[in-house]
Design a protein around this ligand. Structure first.
Ligand SMILES: [Zn+2]
Ligand SMILES: [Zn+2]
Length: 273
């Protein structure tokens, strides 16, 4: 699998100079299987750049992709209105997203583009879109096997375990430790993974004090999970909007002292596992 990071920042895009080494776009990851099939995780503002890249790469050839959405907080869906491939009728997308008792998945995604929030309604976009609500489950998408587990996050969030070509990637963004079920789930889904992409928005100190209850985690908890379940590599993800590049570096250095195969996600970074 080839993994490319298009957005790594949590909560809100931060186009400010002190954040630009790691990047200011919100969560979006592109995954290619060894056979070239495309899977996208989350639709933060990084999705805009991925869309431009895909449009240039495809030219007039149709594009087909599965899109996994961990949850509906703005930082995970706000790139959709600017995803150029949605504006072409030859393209097809299948969204697989967190089920919700209160709302219909299609309505949730269309909501952010309704009048008066955006000039184009999602329903009128030419690309063909399918929508599937998912809870804790396991299913196949072409040559990817996807397993999901619920994390501890306000209004819920899904973690994804993606297996393809004999390798395993786990995406667990937006998760706060300290909840029995969430702590169990994240360990179960990350067990033996070749790579864990993990929410490291806050420092361990912040997590016990002013940021307790905000739904996020730390590098320290990421290291703990990797060590407990034998995950081989960790990527620190969902950087805090107020964490400038030098402060992300500091967090990474602390993580590296405890776990030598950690890295911090950076826009444009590509990793093959
Ligand atoms: Zn988030
Ligand atoms: Zn969230």
């Amino acid at each position: 699998m080839l993994i490319k990071f298009w957005g790594v920042r949590g909560s809100i895009p931060t186009p400010q100079i002190e954040n630009l080494w790691y990047g200011g776009n919100t969560p979006c990851i592109e995954i290619r299987s060894d056979n070239g099939n495309l899977l996208i995780i989350d639709c933060g503002s990084g999705l805009r750049l991925l869309g431009r890249h895909l449009a240039a790469e495809r030219g007039s050839r149709p594009l087909e992709a599965d899109i996994l959405l961990s949850h509906y907080h703005w930082d995970h869906i706000q790139g959709l209105p600017f995803f150029v491939p949605l504006y072409s009728q030859i393209n097809r997308f299948h969204f697989h997203a967190l089920e919700s008792k209160e709302t219909d998945l299609r309505q949730v995604l269309e909501g952010q583009m309704q009048t008066p929030y955006f000039p184009v309604e999602m329903r009128s976009l030419p690309a063909k879109c399918r929508f599937s609500s998912i809870g804790e489950t396991s299913f196949s998408l072409k040559d990817f096997k996807v397993t999901t587990k619920l994390l501890n996050h306000p209004q819920g969030c899904l973690a994804f375990r993606i297996e393809s070509g004999g390798r395993t990637l786990v995406y667990a963004s937006d998760n706060e430790p300290g909840d029995k079920k969430g702590d169990h789930n994240v360990r179960e889904i990350a067990r033996g993974a070749d790579m864990l992409i993990y929410d490291a928005q806050f420092t361990p100190e912040q997590l016990t004090k002013e940021k307790k209850g905000w739904g996020h985690s730390s590098w320290e908890e990421g290291v703990r999970i990797c060590e407990e379940v034998g995950a081989k590599q960790m990527v620190l993800y969902h950087h805090d909007p107020d964490r400038a590049d030098n402060l992300v570096d500091e967090i990474l250095q602390m993580a590296l002292k405890k776990f030598s195969v950690a890295q911090a996600a950076r826009e444009g970074m590509e990793i093959k596992i």
